[in-house]
Design a binder for this molecule. Structure first.
Ligand code: PGA
Length: 246
């Protein structure tokens, strides 16, 4: 059975007090053991939030792939590990777009994280012009081939994939359930080709991009959608809890 996951990506939002309050409100929710809930707050808040939190796994939005040293403004996996942080996001389209993280850079980050024993949510997804010219499968497959598919099957088990079409992120424009399920099924078929049926069936694939309390249930009912990576709708306890319960 694949893990069902709902992950909130708070991006660069909320001050520490707001983050603590929101975490507390979300923690009041009742959800079963069939779903795992993750939150990715601002890096500096991780240590403060970790101590108070019982039910939610916290992860880091970013890290730098080196042990330590002169990398001003960056954070190392060892520094995160001291705070009990095991999970990291890699490949988010905002990191690709604003911080020039290419497929090659992401491969380096991924390898570093995997070899340190971290667990990864690896994001992929196409921009609007690629969707419109119909080459979205090829584009996403290329992202995965250049950054991810060199891992062996055991290493792949440390990874959750998130499909996030860029044209749907923060735009209010969700991929239709058909568009999302079609891409997820395609990703699963590539995993089957590379790693075989059992590994492919064990890897969770999340959908992200304007997923909210209105559309989560329909999206999560699709056979290849194992949960969501949620931006805007994770910033309000009630909408995030509705998504978790979906
Ligand atoms: P959104 O963001 O839910 O606000 O569209 C999703 C994401 O960037 O992970």
């Amino acid at each position: 059975m694949r893990k069902r996951i709902v992950a909130g990506n708070w991006k660069m939002n909320l001050n520490l007090l707001q983050a603590k309050q929101l975490l507390e409100e979300i923690e009041k929710g009742n959800w079963g053991s069939e779903v795992e809930v993750f939150l990715f707050p601002s890096l500096f808040q991780l240590g403060h939030l970790q101590g108070t939190n019982q039910k939610i796994t916290l992860g880091a939005q970013n890290f730098y792939p080196a042990e330590k040293g002169a990398f001003t403004g960056e954070v190392a996996l060892d520094q995160l590990a001291v705070e009990g942080i095991q999970w990291v996001l890699i490949g988010h389209s905002e990191r690709r777009q604003y911080f020039n993280e290419t497929n090659a850079v992401l491969k380096t980050k991924l390898d570093y994280a995997i070899h340190q024993g971290s667990k990864v949510i690896f994001c992929c997804g196409e921009p609007l012009e690629i969707r419109e010219n119909g080459s979205h499968f090829k584009f996403v497959k290329n992202q995965l081939e250049e950054s991810l598919f060199h891992l062996n099957a055991a290493e792949m088990k440390q990874v959750v994939i998130a499909y996030e079409p860029i044209w749907a992120i923060g735009t209010g424009k969700t991929a239709s359930t058909e568009q999302a399920e079609e891409m997820h099924a395609e990703i699963r078929s590539w995993l089957t080709e590379k790693y075989g049926h059992d590994t492919a069936e064990s890897i969770s694939i999340l959908y992200g991009g304007s997923c909210n309390d209105q559309n989560a249930q329909e999206l999560f009912a699709c056979p290849n959608i194992d949960g969501g990576l949620i931006g805007g709708a994770s910033l309000k306890a009630d909408s995030f809890l509705t998504i978790i319960n979906a």
